[in-house]
Design a protein around this ligand. Structure first.
Ligand code: ZN
Length: 85
């Protein structure tokens, strides 16, 4: 009887965590590669790095984030726009 093997418990906790992390990473990787933002102030379009995208605040609206324009410095909510392929 050794049901409380700490290694098995650790694996049961770690595997779902790692899988969740990988899924989120893939999702952000996909989004940053296929989408961009358009600044409402200066009309320039720009992409976010994976890191910036991960920390960008959600607005409560689907596909919208609070981001800062790298061109003019405007900060506000901008919709996530799909790249034209
Ligand atoms: Zn701008």
């Amino acid at each position: 009887m050794n049901q409380d093997n700490p290694v098995i418990i650790l694996i049961q906790i770690a595997v779902p965590l790692v899988l969740t992390f990988l899924l989120v990473y893939k999702y952000i990787d996909y989004l940053t590669k296929t989408t961009h933002f358009v600044c409402p102030a200066c009309r320039s379009s720009f992409k976010l790095s994976k890191k910036d995208f991960a920390v960008a605040l959600k607005t409560g609206v689907l596909n919208e984030r609070i981001v800062t324009c790298p061109v003019c410095g405007y900060k506000g909510s901008m919709p996530i726009v799909k790249d034209r392929s």
